[in-house]
Design a protein around this ligand. Structure first.
Ligand code: ZN
Length: 250
């Protein structure tokens, strides 16, 4: 089955000697090389809207389809990732923690990590003018699985409203913090009328997945170009049974 490699990045910058949580970092020189690799080998980089069109059959699926996503909305996206994306004319989606716009990434404190700054409202509006898609990463960067429906709606519908007010346009795409989701979370995403939601399960995204539980492929600090190419080619069935609503959702 044809599909899309939805790539997951977090911070892009000048990182050295990172021992833990390496999937949260990508060195900016490697990021530049990865974008050049996509161009060199003819990958088609899709917006999340286009991903859904291709998965639903509304548009033909290119043979080397990729989408590029960034979790959390770090300020270093603007300095290090955006210029490389623009160099190649690649679209990307940034998933923003709606309650922490312009603030430090406080949730990282629990893991003993530094708390870099997250992009502020003017910056996010600037990204929109540059063609970057802004998606939701909930209000508070909390684990959503198991939360009561009222809390879930506050995080998912609430973040959508906050971001739509900030941007003055619809927000259609969601990413679950920590990838944490269960059927209740997926149903809350449906109530909030998101078109897509992404997880941290590693697999090629195909029409076999619920559009509100699409897998991704995390790009880690340790991925050289061979590792990167390997991840692009891999189909990797996700561990465990993917969470899904009824099969008529597409
Ligand atoms: Zn996150």
């Amino acid at each position: 089955m044809k599909g899309v490699s939805i790539l997951m990045y977090h911070q892009v910058g000048d990182f050295h000697g990172v021992a833990a949580h390496r999937a949260l970092y990508c060195h900016h020189r490697r990021f530049a090389a990865q974008m050049a690799f996509l161009r060199r080998f003819g990958y088609r980089v899709l917006t999340m809207d286009r991903v859904l069109d291709c998965l639903s059959g509304a548009a033909p699926m290119p043979s080397r389809a990729v989408a590029i996503t960034f979790d959390d909305g770090y300020e270093n996206f603007y300095r290090h990732a955006l210029p490389e994306l623009q160099r190649h004319g690649f679209p990307a989606t940034v998933f923003v923690v709606a309650g922490l716009v312009g603030k430090p990434a406080r949730w990282l404190e629990a893991d003993g990590l530094s708390q870099p700054m997250l992009m502020d409202a003017p910056r996010l509006r600037e990204l929109r003018r540059a063609g970057i898609t802004i998606g939701s990463h909930a209000v508070h960067h909390v684990r959503l699985a198991g939360l009561a429906p009222g809390r879930l709606d506050a995080e998912l519908a609430g973040s959508r409203t906050l971001l739509e007010d900030l941007l003055g346009e619809p927000v259609a795409h969601l990413c679950y913090p920590y990838g944490s989701h269960d059927l209740g979370v997926v149903e809350a995403a449906a109530r909030a009328e998101y078109r897509s939601a992404t997880t941290c399960q590693r697999a090629l995204a195909t029409a076999a997945f619920d559009p509100l539980a699409l897998p991704r492929k995390a790009i880690s600090l340790g991925d050289n170009l061979i590792g990167y190419a390997w991840k692009l080619l891999a189909k990797n069935a996700p561990k465990g049974v993917p969470v899904s609503r009824d099969p008529s959702r597409w």
